[in-house]
Write a protein that binds this ligand. Structure first.
Ligand code: MG
Length: 371
């Protein structure tokens, strides 16, 4: 494929509810999209989902945006045949250092290629069309009653899997009260985002008493041995998220027995290619897998939904309907029907940003390659 033009399109989005991070509460988020135009006129889209703060992997929106513009786009639009081995290796390291920026651009290329072939991205990634059963995440609240109310409201909307964030101190009461309030058929998962001390694994034993379907990332990203030790002592399945930034980390975690499930986020692992490789690795080793979300707009969400149709996905993904996050999405909204979201069937992503948003006053468009 020859690329004629690359543009970075930034569209402000208003959040339905403030997003709490270590840097404070945010009421808006800017969707950073990548538009790639091939020489045959085919246009593909990707999204850089790096968050405003450094609370997740340290790849923040501003740093990731600059890396996308100054490193990823020049590297991937250059003629790689003209580079020697050392230059290629340096380039690949630069791409791997900011996986969300790399995914933003390579996912736009994947969209172009699928559109050129006339196939859906789901099919291009090894999945299929159809509906995906989806789950929802409920963040931390000051009062457990508020967490419970949110979980109950989401179940009433039709979500059949709810994930709550847990921290030491309020965890036992949160899980007990949420479990008691949810209908029995609704699955409950918990995500600690590494909040627990690996020297006190016994603090998590209570989960076994509540039929929790999955415990995500109890310890810090590097605590592979601690996760393996915990996985041997509790019956609740241990799932890793932040501990798996790439394929090699997935191999290490699985061979150490650190998890029985992996949350695969294409933006965290540097792209669809890496995500599909990890999914295949999971399937080969009997490890469960599912697709996590990163507050994507409709562009990133469509890509994640396509990936969630891959046959190696055994668990419900964190890919909620657009109205869970935004007052208006950049694409036609994804809606929840009976706990499922329909995967777009058109070529490529099957969606694109709404035309009126591309010419709206708050939108910024920057050409970073071509004219
Ligand atoms: Mg997580």
């Amino acid at each position: 494929m020859r690329i004629d033009r690359v543009r970075i399109v930034r569209i402000p989005l208003h959040l339905v509810a403030p997003l709490r991070t270590s840097a404070g509460d945010h009421t808006s988020r800017t969707a950073t999209l990548v538009e790639v135009t091939a020489d045959d006129g085919t246009v593909g889209w990707g999204e850089n989902v790096a968050p405003e703060g450094s609370f997740y992997t340290g790849e923040t929106a501003e740093v990731s945006y600059r890396h996308l513009r100054d490193v990823v786009v020049p590297a991937l639009t250059a003629d790689r045949d003209e580079l020697d081995d050392d230059e290629l290796e340096a380039e690949d390291m630069a791409l791997a250092s900011m996986p969300m920026a790399a995914h933003a651009f390579t996912s736009a290329l994947a969209d172009v290629e699928a559109r050129q072939r006339g196939v859906s991205l789901a099919k291009a990634l090894g999945g299929s069309a159809g509906n995906v059963r989806v789950g929802v995440v409920v963040g931390l609240h000051d009062e457990i009653d508020d967490t419970v109310a949110q979980c109950v409201a989401r179940a009433a909307e039709g979500y059949t899997r709810v994930k709550v964030k847990i921290v030491p101190g309020t965890d036992v009461d949160t899980v007990r009260e949420v479990r008691a309030a949810l209908p029995p058929a609704v699955e409950l998962h918990v995500d600690a985002n590494g909040a627990y001390d690996p020297s006190e694994p016994g603090r998590l034993a209570f989960l076994d008493g509540f039929g929790v379907g999955l415990l995500e990332q109890p310890f810090g990203p590097r605590e592979i041995r601690a996760h393996a030790a915990l996985a041997r002592t509790i019956s609740t399945p241990v799932c890793l998220d932040e501990s798996v930034p790439d394929f090699a980390a997935a191999v290490e975690a699985i061979s150490a027995g650190a998890c029985s499930v992996i949350n695969v986020k294409p933006s965290r692992v540097g792209g669809f290619h890496s995500a599909v490789a990890i999914l295949a690795l999971c399937a080969k080793n009997g490890i469960g897998a599912w697709i996590g979300g990163m507050l994507e707009s409709g562009i990133g969400r469509a890509g994640c939904l396509a990936l969630a149709t891959h046959p190696a996905c055994t668990h419900t993904p964190d890919l909620s309907a657009s109205d869970r996050y935004f007052l208006g999405d950049v694409t036609v909204p994804f809606v929840l029907v009976d706990g499922h979201i329909a995967v777009p069937e058109g070529p490529g992503l099957g969606v694109a940003p709404r035309q009126e948003l591309l010419v709206a006053a708050g939108t910024s468009i920057e050409t970073v390659f071509g004219r």
